[in-house]
Design a protein around this ligand. Sequence first.
Ligand code: SAH
Ligand code: TYD
Length: 407
Amino acid sequence: MSEICRICQFKLNEIIHFGKMPLANAFLTQEQFDHEYFFDLILCICPRCGMLQLQYQPDPKEMFHDHYAFFSSTSHKMSEHFLHFANDIKNTYLCHKKDSFIVEIGSNDGIFLKNFLHTSIKHLGIEPSLNVAKVAQENGIHTLSDFFSKNLSTQIIAKYGKADVITAANVMCHIPNITSVVQGVIELLHPDGVFIFEDPYVGDILEINSFDQIYDEHVFYFSVTSLQNLFQQFGLEIIKVEPQKVHGGSLRYTVAFQNTHHIDTSVHYYQRKENSQRISDPHIWKQFQKNVHEIRDNFITTLNDLKKQKKSVVGYGATSKSTTVLNFCNIQSDLISYICDTTPIKQFKYSPGTHIPILPYSEFQKNKPDYTVLFAWNHFDEIMQKEIDYTNSRGKWIIFFPQVKVL
Ligand code: SAH
Ligand code: TYD
């Protein structure tokens, strides 16, 4: 248990205790039911630096290994997102330089770095989950299968030199020892270079009550304010903040060594906004806690009503996020008969903790249910486009943010 802040060692304040949780991506077989791992999922805030974080996070080696279930490339929209991201970086930071070098932390199956193949820009991915790293390697993407750290930075420099750009998407918030990652970035980054990363934004979580973002892998929930507090300890500063529509509302942060780059007005905009929202004030999060309990009660009532009416109800997208919702609400297969998902490694397994069967997408296509809970709500536009026939033939969708609603 870490009852003190991982950034400034101040005593944490508890915001919400979700109870016992399994690992969000630990989809399992029936034989594994008896040995399932659970931990206490408790969201806290540091009253000093404002960083939201989990009180306890399981050992990263339990979560990121050779059978990690999350493959970034399952979403076309995310592929497009990373193509634009790569183009932005090429045009803004790499176009003026010969022999430039980009490193990605948490490169997964190569969804981002594939955009640097067949260019003059050297690239390197760091990806500890061996099975996803292998997919990238098989596609020609240079990938080291390891956890990023200061030590690894030293090895990278010896072999490839300093990086002009370091990126990380949806991974900084995963790493409990974040100060060691920042030290690794300082070591590896060229003095004029930039570190660009994106993660779900705590402001969006607060605004739409998306408590399903809270699970084992996400040890931190960043705001601009809390990140500034972190970076200034290391001589770095945020020079630009850009909102992103992905993962239910994210921010992209561009970070550089202090006084080397112009500070964009977006940084001041977010600082002012967060100040007026009092995003770092533990009292603001009390209302969030109330909203979360209300969503839980309404969701359970809605599903119980549908069961009484003998309606068929399934889930769409066996997301990591769904693990928090299902376990917090204790929803089992009597209320949601299965969850369809396009990821082969999840199929014919069961959801962590509540043991709802995960079936291929073809099951949903064959037998259209009366109601579908949209667990992959962050892909709303993509899925609504794909399922227009279901919706037009009176298929109903259940969403739960900002409150439970049947569409
Ligand atoms: N960047 C991808 C993957 C995000 S999932 C995307 O946005 O889709 C987070 C990834 O980070 C996983 O593939 C996980 O294996 C990796 N990861 C976790 N801890 C890490 C660490 N300490 N260093 C590097 N990668 C890490
Ligand atoms: P993701 O968006 O990464 O959410 P999380 O980070 O919470 O896991 O996961 C989306 C999941 O939904 C993934 O398992 C693939 C699945 N999915 C489908 O089954 N069909 C679809 O059309 C889309 C877009 C996703």
